[in-house]
Each structure stands twice: as structure tokens, then as C-alpha cells.
Ligand binder design. Structure first.
Ligand code: F6R
Length: 605
């Protein structure tokens, strides 16, 4: 969703800001804009649509030559996507310009109050109340006015402010929405996301909730919610610039699918030492829990569904999953004997943050599985295990998801061992199985060309089914979501045994059914479901382990994945399904990295 970029230094700001906005495009947006400080005050240019449209408008502009500025990509929440609703927003007196990510929940109340004082609003946005308040409270000290303003705000914000009276300075504030300051030499940056900064600097300072900052060319000053200075050293980002570029692939999604073996290696290897799983960041005594609850959204939820099955098998504890968007609306029974695991690639998903907060309020212990270091979820949770997937740019998650599986698997083995549930031999087999995953994933990627050919045959199907049992069902949900989100084909995931309870009515000649058959102990059961759909004319594409030869007698097409430990099949089984979604979307000419209506990081409820 919305993205922020800012710059103060000695180079022209517009090209730097435009480049940053392009790097933020993957988050999803519908309009964009830039404001700069110039010798004669603040100027801005905004455009509905793509950043290229903004770039065209900027080429015509003659008053945008500044060396300090702010930029924004907006994903409309309050008011339609339009030039006037796009950020930056300027105060009625032209003294302040701001960009904002987040939602101001009490904006109507503030707007009414300011309108009664005669202030005229230009846009329909919640954001505009912030800039009008800043101007209203301003008595010559921007920081004071900013502090007063944010005290009035309810909701979430990452905020960057330019004031015509403070050349070369950008003011920033944060509450529940990420904002990172990039420290350069004689120049400083800030952004909502590391990918927009990484070309310029790898040294970043995270702003925490309630803090404000004053960013100048040669200094960064941070203040706590009471206005006291805070001293914070920059942290060094390990991500490489190449990780945020396409590197010769046509799409980020394909690049990220292909990076999965390396991402798995980076996630697994440091945690397996001398045949033992070592989770340095987790200081939990599993014996204190009588229940585990996993919560997340979208693909991260699907990873949680896999995790549930693996955890309950290995730990012999009750494990439940709940969508993070539903979590806080249930009357859940949580207490200090519950371990709540939240899973999130971005660490910024609003529903997952709300679920995590609720779990903490109710006294549960919390463990986050997160990809983005320093993200909100990583900060709030009691314990964090990072997935080391590197930056994920394509909206549809791939390497983020498989590394979540890897961490859940690691954690399940670690926890089961702590609980004394594993004998030496079983433990060693599991660890061996985990270590093998990167190489097995590499082999599964060899299916790409074959899946590409199948996509040519089936890309025009209007509706598909994914079926499977147990772990296969959890993977079916993710396979179906991948296909829906990037190819816009309707598909549904079904527990294979459920079909006959109603959905089989939709099976007709020519219907494509993707049957997941990696759960070997249940193969015969799934095979009978395959026969049921074949009897009704369906075409069956099966994903099965290389060792399964029977499947050739059942399915029309078979994608064979390398054998792995039975509990870890989802890691390799998802790969042909990601490839299927990719190649079908490509056949259908879809915008693979930026599917319609979707945003990478869903920061609203
Ligand atoms: C699907 C996808 C989404 C995310 C979901 C949660 O490809 O990417 O379903 O998995 O929005 O996002 P995170 O993991 O960032 O919390």
C-alpha cells in the first residue's frame, strides 16, 4: 500500500524521489506525487495513475528545482484516486506539505473543528487534517506544532513534513506505520521501505512508535514522545541492491521463485549447528504451554495451516489456526499457557498487528515469524524468528511463503525436542530432512519449462479446483490463491474428501482439477477422489513425489517433485503451483508483479 520517500542533500531532489517511488510501486498504489522546497516556497506535482504519468508531468514543471523533498504513492482509502486526493497535501497557507501512510480514525472530528474555524479543505482525504492542523498550531517552531498535531491524531501514521520556513529539513513522525531513515554522507533519506533506500545507503535508523525526527543534510535528530532527544545508532542492512532488481528476469515473481533454494538455505543453515536446531532468538519453555494458536493473513495464513499440522504431529499439543482478520472478533480463550504464533512477510499487515496486540493483551506469549527486520510485528512480539528470504518485491509471495514454512518446520522440531517428544533417530531424520530442502527445492524448479507448456493448454479455463488431504490440502489453498491473484482465474481449494459433499456438482467435462498427492499415507484416498472427478469428465493434473508411479494410471498429467521428509513436502510441492500461476498469468497477459487491486503490504483493516 502507500509508500513514502524523502531526500535532503545537495543533489536535485526530483530524480531521487522519482526513482524511490518507482522502487515503491510494487506495494500497490493508484496515484503519486512529489513536493520540493525551492527558493520561493513549496511546490508540488501530483498525478493519478502510474509513476510514469507523474514523471511526464514533472518534465513540464518549471518550479520543481529543489534539493529537499518528499514523495508518495497513494493507495486510496478516503476519497477516490484523483490528483487532488493524491499526496503530498499542502496547508491552505502553502507553508506545509506532507505525505502520510496510515489512517487517521478521528479525521472527521478534526476536519469539522477546523472548518468551523474557517479553514477550507481541498481534498476528501483523512490526511489533509494533519497538514491543516500543523499550519493551525504553527507559531514559528515546526517541531512543537508537529508534537501538538500528532497528539490529536488517533490511528496510524508515517508522516513526512516539509515547512517553507525550514530549508533543507524534513520532519517525520511515526505511529504503527513503518518509517526508516537512511543515513548518507552529506545527504539523508527516509522511506517507508528499505527497497527505496538501498541504492543510496545501507545504514538505516528505524523510527519507533510515538517518535519524531528532524532530518537535515548533515544530521538526524530523534525525539521521544515527550520531546526528549533519543540517541540511536544506524543498523547496517545486509540486503544487496541486486536483491531489489529483476536481475535479467522478466518479472520479480519469477526471480523470487528461482531464488527459493537460496532463501531456504539462508533461513535454515544458520539454525542447524552440528546436527542440532539452534534458535538463538527464542527463549521459550515449551512446557509452559498447553496450546498453540497460529494467526496470519493470506499466504502467511496458509503457511500457518501447514505449520499447524506439523506442530501437532511433532509436539502433540493442540494447535489451532485463525485468520488474523477474524482473530480479534472471536471470544478466544487465551492466557499465559497459550503460545500465539503470528506469521508475516512484511511485518506490517494491519490485521496481523491487531491480532498480535490482542494476544498480548490477553496474556498469551507471542512469537513472530517475520521477514522484514525492524518491522512493527518484529518489534511488538515477545520472540521473533526471521525468515531470511531477502526483499520480496512481487505482490504474490513465493520465497516469503516457503521460508515461513521452513521456519515453522524448524520451530516444530525444536519445540518437539524441548517437549521430549522425539527420540534421537527421529530428531536426526527430521534435521536431515530440513537440511536437504534447499537442494530439493532447486530440483523442483526444473519443472518450470514443463509447467509453461501445460499453461499453454489450460490458461483459458474459467474455473479450477485444487484438491488434497492434510498437508496437501494446506498447500492446495496456497496454490489456489497464487493462481487467483495473478492470473485472475477463479479457483477453489478443497479438502479432497469434501468434494462429494456438494462441490462435485461443479465438476463437468473439461474442468481442470489439480490434485496434490504428496501426502503418501493418504494417497489411496486422494486417488479415489481423482477417480470420482475423472468419472465426471474432469482433466486431472497431479503433483506427486517422484517415487509414486501409480499416479500415471490416474491423472492426465503428472508433475513429479523430489522426495523429501513426509512432513516437509509442502516446501517442494508448492513450487510447481507457483510456476503454474506464473505461466498461466503470463499466457493471459496479466501484470504479474502488480496484480490488479492488490497491494504488497496491507496496512489497513
Ligand atoms: C499472497 C500474499 C498475501 C500476503 C498477506 C499477508 O501472495 O502475498 O496474501 O501473504 O497479505 O502479508 P504479510 O505476510 O506481509 O503479513
Amino acid at each position: 500500500m502507500c509508500g513514502i520517500i524523502g531526500y535532503t542533500g545537495s543533489d536535485p531532489a526530483v530524480p531521487i524521489l522519482l526513482d524511490g517511488l518507482k522502487k515503491l510501486e510494487y506495494r500497490g498504489y493508484d496515484s503519486a506525487g512529489i513536493a520540493v522546497q525551492t527558493a520561493d516556497g513549496l511546490h508540488m506535482v501530483k498525478a493519478t495513475g502510474k509513476v510514469e504519468k507523474l514523471a511526464e508531468k514533472l518534465e513540464q514543471a518549471t518550479d520543481m528545482e529543489g534539493i529537499c523533498g518528499i514523495g508518495h504513492t497513494r493507495w486510496a482509502t478516503h476519497g477516490s484516486p484523483s490528483d487532488v486526493n493524491a499526496h503530498p497535501h499542502m496547508s491552505a497557507d502553502g507553508r506545509f506539505a506532507i505525505v502520510h501512510n496510515g489512517i487517521i480514525e478521528n479525521y472527521l472530528e478534526i476536519k469539522t473543528e477546523l472548518e468551523e474555524k474557517g479553514i477550507v479543505f481541498a481534498s476528501e482525504t483523512d490526511t489533509e487534517v494533519i497538514v491543516q492542523l500543523l499550519a493551525y498550531y504553527y507559531e514559528g517552531d515546526v517541531r512543537k506544532s508537529l508534537m501538538r498535531t500528532i497528539r490529536r491524531l488517533e490511528g496510524s501514521y508515517a508522516l513526512a513534513v516539509l515547512c517553507a520556513d525550514e530549508p533543507g529539513t524534513v520532519f517525520a513522525a511515526r505511529m504503527s506505520s513503518p518509517l526508516i531513515i537512511g543515513v548518507g554522507a552529506g545527504e539523508n533519506f527516509f522511506a517507508s521501505d528499505i527497497t527505496a533506500l538501498i541504492r543510496h545507503t545501507k545504514d538505516v535508523i528505524d523510527l519507533d512508535d510515538g517518535e519524531t525526527a528532524e532530518i537535515r543534510t548533515d544530521s538526524v535528530r530523534i525525539f521521544d514522545p515527550y520531546g526528549n532527544p533519543v540517541s540511536r545508532e544506524p543498523r547496517h542492512i545486509l540486503w544487496d541492491i541486486a536483491a531489489a532488481e529483476k536481475g535479467g528476469y522478466d518479472h520479480f515473481m519469477m526471480k523470487e521463485i528461482m531464488e527459493q533454494p537460496q532463501a531456504l538455505q539462508a533461513t535454515l543453515e544458520p539454525r542447524i549447528k552440528d546436527g542440532r536446531i539452534v534458535l538463538d532468538s527464542v527463549d521459550l519453555d515449551m512446557k509452559q504451554f498447553d496450546r498453540i494458536m497460529i494467526t496470519a493473513c493470506g499466504s502467511a495464513y496458509h503457511a500457518g495451516c501447514v505449520g499447524r499440522l506439523v506442530l501437532e504431529t511433532l509436539c502433540r499439543l493442540p494447535v489451532e489456526t485463525e485468520l488474523a482478520s477474524e482473530f480479534r472478533y472471536r471470544d478466544l480463550v487465551l492466557n499465559e499457557r497459550t503460545l500465539v504464533i503470528v506469521v508475516s512477510q512484511s511485518g506490517e499487515t494491519a490485521d496481523t498487528i491487531a491480532a498480535l496486540r490482542k494476544a498480548k493483551e490477553d496474556g498469551a506469549a507471542t512469537l513472530a515469524i517475520v521477514n522484514v527486520v525492524g518491522s512493527t510485528i518484529a518489534k511488538i512480539a515477545d520472540h521473533v524468528i526471521y525468515t531470511w528470504a531477502g526483499p520480496e518485491i512481487a505482490v504474490a509471495t513465493t520465497k516469503g511463503y516457503v521460508t515461513q514454512l521452513a521456519v515453522l518446520d524448524l520451530f516444530a522440531v525444536w519445540a518437539a525436542d524441548q517437549l521430549g517428544r522425539l527420540d534421537h533417530k527421529t530428531y536426526s531424520q527430521l534435521v536431515k530432512g530440513l537440511k536437504a530442502l534447499p537442494a530439493k527445492a532447486q530440483r523442483a524448479l526444473d519443472l518450470s519449462a514443463r509447467v509453461g507448456r501445460l499453461a499453454k493448454l489450460y490458461h483459458d479455463r474459467k474455473s479450477l479446483f485444487f484438491i488434497g488431504r492434510n498437508l496437501d490440502h494446506a498447500v492446495a489453498m496456497e496454490g489456489s490463491l497464487k493462481l487467483k491473484e495473478i492470473s485472475y482465474l477463479h479457483s477453489e481449494a478443497y479438502a479432497a474428501g469434501e468434494l462429494k459433499h456438494g462441490t462435485i456438482a461443479l465438476i463437468e467435462p473439461g474442468r481442470l482439477v489439480v490434485a496434490l498427492c504428496c501426502c503418501e499415507r493418504l494417497y489411496e484416498k486422494t486417488a479415489s477422489n481423482i477417480q470420482q472427478v475423472k468419472a465426471r469428465g474432469a482433466t486431472v493434473l497431479a503433483v506427486a513425489p517422484e517415487s509414486n508411479h501409480q499416479i500415471y494410471g490416474e491423472a492426465d498429467h503428472v508433475l513429479r517433485v523430489p522426495g523429501v521428509h513426509p512432513l516437509f513436502f509442502p516446501v517442494v510441492e508448492i513450487i510447481p503451483l507457483q510456476l503454474l500461476a506464473y505461466w498461466v498469468a503470463r499466457e493471459n497477459g496479466c501484470d504479474i508483479d502488480k496484480p490488479k487491486n492488490l497491494a504488497k503490504s496491507v496496512t489497513v483493516e
